[in-house]
Design a protein around this ligand. Structure first.
Ligand SMILES: NC(=O)c1ccc[n+]([C@@H]2O[C@H](COP(=O)([O-])OP(=O)(O)OC[C@H]3O[C@@H](n4cnc5c(N)ncnc54)[C@H](OP(=O)(O)O)[C@@H]3O)[C@@H](O)[C@H]2O)c1
Length: 325
């Protein structure tokens, strides 16, 4: 008997129900994975509330997990039964003891990476990878701004940007989070509940502005983020934890200094398997060398996914949150 979280109607955390489900055998090109640890991400909240549309109702949330391959379908060559694997991929379905997923989305885990680390970093770490290495490729000597610097993506991005030789400014919602971000590569934590982060960035950069802003907070920070950029700087608006960003007149980008604005997603950047494998190799390398530490700071039983969502939305989490089957 396999258990999974299922959402029958959109709403608050309590719409996530613990139910028994049938997990079919894998079809051609698919693998069945028995999960050992599952990552919790803000995108799971968007699917639960209906901001993003799931494939249908009821559905099982979750796009990040680690586990063991227990069966493969015809034509699968990327993984074999018994392999330790992890993934960051759609469609949703990770909040389950086991699931079927396209085998070309799975990556084998090296011994240096534990299942809990993998579940805490596949989606968040690959996001940090593409943002810092591909969306705006951080150069030594750059100053960059990372919002929600003590969060899941934020804590990884601060360490990685620091490792790449950048000066990192990071916004956080409390003094404790400021200390945590600072201990993870953020040179200048700014509590944006108490301080004007635009003014602080201007001070820190001597008025020059930053090369790039990595903004996952959305509505509350978007316009301020544009004001933090140097001329021709890059605004990577990659999330909306505080609410969606309203429509924008592109003329604003001209007025504020010929800025580049992008709204990237992990799933575009990882669509080709060769990109997934190359990006994962980079991520595993910085983690194995200790340049980036994966801080799994919250663990919940899989059946208590609602508790994990309440804490994530309530800004009570730091680093990564995982569910344990
Ligand atoms: N586009 C992509 O490819 C991609 C991939 C992964 C994640 N994301 C996005 O990146 C963001 C971070 O994801 P995550 O899973 O790592 O979550 P997270 O950053 O750990 O959690 C969200 C954080 O946002 C901050 N926040 C600011 N205003 C908030 C509000 N009104 N309500 C709730 N939180 C607020 C909070 O930190 P403070 O208290 O410090 O403000 C909170 O801890 C999400 O927006 C997610 O959708 C995008």
């Amino acid at each position: 008997m396999t258990h999974a979280i299922r959402v029958h109607e959109h709403g608050g955390p309590d719409v996530m129900r613990w139910e028994t489900v049938d997990v079919p055998p894998p079809g051609p090109g698919e693998a069945r994975v028995r999960h050992t640890a599952i990552g919790v991400n803000y995108i799971d909240v968007y699917f639960r509330t209906g901001l993003y549309t799931p494939p249908g109702l009821p559905f099982t949330p979750g796009m990040e997990a680690a586990g063991v391959v227990e069966a493969v379908g015809d034509g699968v060559t990327d993984v074999a039964v018994g392999d330790r694997v992890a993934y960051a991929a759609g469609p949703p379905g990770a909040y389950a003891e086991a699931r079927v997923i396209a085998a070309d989305r799975l990556v084998a885990l090296p011994e240096s990476i534990s299942d809990e680390q993998a579940a805490g970093m596949m989606l968040k770490g690959l996001t940090a990878q593409y943002l810092l290495r591909r969306t705006y490729r951080v150069q030594p000597g750059d100053t960059v701004l990372v919002h929600a610097a003590a969060g899941g993506v934020g804590l990884i991005a601060c360490q990685w940007a620091h490792h790449l030789g950048a000066t990192v400014v990071g916004t956080v919602g409390s003094a404790d989070k400021a200390a945590l971000a600072q201990a993870h590569g953020c040179h200048y934590p700014v509590n944006y509940r108490e301080e004007d982060f635009v003014e602080r960035v201007r001070e820190i950069t001597g008025g020059a502005g930053v090369a790039a802003v990595y903004d996952s907070v959305g509505q509350d920070t978007f316009m301020g983020s544009l004001d933090c950029l140097r001329p021709m700087g890059t605004m990577a608006s990659f999330g909306q934890s505080s609410g969606s960003v309203p429509p924008l007149d592109p003329g604003i980008l001209a007025q504020k200094g010929s800025l580049f604005l992008t709204r990237p997603t992990l799933f575009t950047y990882m669509a080709r398997r060769e990109d997934l494998l190359a990006s994962t190799a980079e991520l595993f390398d910085v983690v194995a060398r200790g340049a980036v530490r994966i801080e799994v700071n919250q663990r919940f039983a899989l059946g208590d996914a609602a508790g994990a969502h309440r804490d994530l939305e309530g800004r009570r989490t730091t680093g990564s949150t995982i569910l344990l089957p």
